[in-house]
Design a protein around this ligand. Structure first.
Ligand SMILES: C[S@@+](CC[C@H](N)C(=O)[O-])C[C@H]1O[C@@H](n2cnc3c(N)ncnc32)[C@H](O)[C@@H]1O
Length: 345
């Protein structure tokens, strides 16, 4: 999955955005949480949220929006505010880092389906203006200029936006969350179903637990609280989520939770073959190959007698992948979900 290109280069919206910035010198251009755009010269500054967006050919700095260096130095920022990343716009580092000579911040948007007007309102609130400068097959190319109406205070507040998830299953201290992560405002129902099933089951005390696809860490933190001597590795590819796992571990006093920013389980790691328990609320919308690539290394990480617990809303695809690894599988029905328990001998 390394170097996964987020864009379909023949998509009319992608072309529209690429054309709008292609004449700029690369050093004057920031590609904000998207890209690489087709046809651009190499060398633009690109920020990525997920390790899967990085590749040697198309380098990107993995950095959470609030940690971006916002020294004004760009003439333009190109933004592709895709649906799952809408929240990122709230913490858009682009406008803050545009230099005084900045002209336009293009962004494309499909109108009705994904809400160009609401995006335009967000951009206007930050930069002072926003207009549609071109349309193509349902896409709007929005452009905004950084003027002296740029609201630096509002931008800073948006970047600092956090949500608190109060969850009795995890104790009294609420989890911190932020725009740009899975289920950012509440505990996912699947996560709750998995935790409820685990809480009702007698399991041997594990010394090492992995949480694969950890998000902001609810499963990892729950495990650390339940087994006070256990160590937990929370594997997550999204840089915002991984940094929130660290923050949440510190808030909840769970220093035994370590966040590992990684595309799936790494090939080499001292924990390989030593883990007693894996907890997984997998990304069920992932393409089939990516989903299988995430799950298949699990048995190599477990020690003799170890087991993996999953939560899914449909079990077919997971069970198929697990059968390919010769797992012994038990499926447990929970309201709206399946808990899948897998062991390998
Ligand atoms: C369904 S969410 C579950 C998050 C968290 N465990 C929870 O229960 O709230 C799946 C998570 O897997 C992460 N993810 C997806 N693909 C991944 C990969 N290849 N490697 C690591 N994490 C991945 C996503 O970023 C997302 O946070």
């Amino acid at each position: 999955m390394q170097g996964e290109n987020l864009f379909n280069p023949s998509d009319p919206g992608v072309r529209l955005l690429a054309q709008a910035v292609q004449d700029l010198p690369p050093q004057a251009l920031a590609l904000v949480y998207g890209g690489p755009l087709p046809g651009l010269r190499q060398g633009a500054t690109r920020w990525a949220i997920d390790v899967r967006e990085q590749s040697a050919e198309e380098p990107a700095a993995l950095v959470a929006p609030w940690a971006v260096d916002t020294t004004p130095r760009f003439r333009a920022a190109a933004v592709w505010p895709r649906a799952p990343r809408q929240g990122l716009l709230r913490g858009l580092p682009g406008p803050r880092s545009l230099g005084p000579a900045a002209r336009r911040t293009p962004a494309v948007r499909r109108p009705q389906r994904q809400g160009a007007p609401s995006l335009a309102r967000t951009i206007t609130a930050l930069l002072g203006s926003c207009e549609t400068i071109e349309r193509d097959r349902g896409y709007h190319l929005l452009a905004a200029e950084k003027t002296d109406r740029f609201d630096a205070k509002a931008a800073a507040e948006l970047l600092a936006a956090r949500y608190e998830i109060a969850e009795p299953l995890l104790g009294e201290v609420p989890l911190l969350s932020a725009p740009g992560v899975f289920c950012r405002k509440h505990l996912d129902d699947g996560t709750r179903a998995l935790l409820t099933a685990l809480a009702a089951t007698e399991l041997p005390t594990p010394r090492r637990v992995i949480d694969l696809g950890a998000g902001i860490g609810p499963l990892a933190l729950w495990a650390a609280k339940r087994w006070p001597k256990g160590h937990v590795l929370a594997v997550e590819s999204n840089v915002i989520a991984a940094s929130l796992v660290r923050e949440n571990a510190a808030r909840l006093g769970c220093e035994r939770v370590e966040a590992l920013l990684s595309d799936g389980l790494p090939a080499a790691h001292p924990w390989r073959g030593t883990v007693e328990l894996a907890l997984v609320n997998p990304p069920t919308h992932a393409p089939p190959e990516a989903f299988a690539a995430l799950v298949k290394p699990l048995p190599h990480w477990l020690r003799e007698g170890g087991e993996a617990w999953f939560v899914v809303n449909r079990s077919g695809r997971l069970v198929q992948v697990l059968q390919d690894t010769r797992a012994q599988i038990e499926t447990i029905e929970a309201p709206g979900f399946w808990i899948v328990r897998a062991r390998w001998s």
